[in-house]
Design a protein around this ligand. Structure first.
Ligand code: GLP
Length: 233
């Protein structure tokens, strides 16, 4: 694993955006796997700035999102997050965007996305890490699902994501997520981890000697091209 140590969350976002934008320059029709959450938000801010400065062209780019809540309202959906923080600010063609439909039957959505991944390989996958080690919405459990599937969220994740909702009761209990197998098939992975809440989950990944379904982030040890960008030491 390549590790880039930074001094702050903002610097992590700049460095991570730089890696994604360099990949886009090298391959204009890049398929980017995208994440949501606070860490990703800073990355997209940098990407939008680069686009406005004429330094990033998304006209041939393609994107697929890691996950989406099931039965969520539009305002709190990851689709809305992506529109607000990236899609509506750059020249990415709408038809090049793939994300689960929060209103559709989750099993049908999982099947649609499994078909997508059978045909398409992600060139560069942006990932965050949940405080409990979740990646996408692959939650710590006795077993993990390799392919796109519907997942029931843990209490820890509901608590971590409650800041986006009026109350924890409003956080959707289920989501459609890429599986760990889909994630590990990406050609390249960029993992951004900032803030002390992630310290314990990251420590096990940095230790490098254990892969456990109880900390899905440790599965990244199985991938040959992961860059970790972190302000944690
Ligand atoms: C959500 C997303 C994850 C993301 C995580 C971390 O749970 N489903 O894909 O990695 O949040 O988000 P943050 O960067 O806000 O800590």
């Amino acid at each position: 694993m390549n590790i880039i140590h930074t001094q702050s969350g903002d610097q992590s976002a700049r460095v991570t955006a730089g890696l994604l934008l360099d990949a886009l320059k090298a391959k204009p029709d890049l398929l980017m796997g995208l994440a949501t959450g606070g860490s990703a938000e800073g990355v997209y801010k940098e990407m939008v700035s680069a686009h406005r400065a004429g330094q990033a062209d998304f006209s041939q780019a393609r994107t697929v999102n890691l996950d989406e809540y099931i039965g969520c309202d539009d305002e709190h959906s990851y689709r809305r997050f992506m529109e607000d923080h990236l899609f509506s600010h750059v020249n990415l063609p709408k038809e090049n965007i793939t994300i689960a439909d929060r209103t559709a039957d989750p099993d049908a959505e999982a099947a649609r996305l499994r078909a997508f991944f059978a045909e398409n390989r992600v060139d560069i996958q942006l990932l965050g890490l949940g405080p409990n080690g979740h990646v996408g919405f692959n939650e710590p459990a006795d077993a993990l699902c390799p392919d796109v599937h519907a997942e029931t969220l843990t209490e820890a994740t509901i608590a971590a994501n409650a800041r986006y909702f009026a109350s924890p009761d409003d956080v959707p209990r289920r989501a459609v997520t890429m599986g760990m197998g889909d994630i590990l098939k990406a050609r390249r992975i960029v993992l951004i981890v900032t803030g002390p809440a992630k310290r314990a989950a990251l420590a096990q990944l940095l230790a490098g000697d254990t892969v456990t379904t109880q900390n899905p982030g440790t599965f990244l040890l199985l991938h040959p091209d992961v860059t970790l960008v972190t302000d944690l030491t």
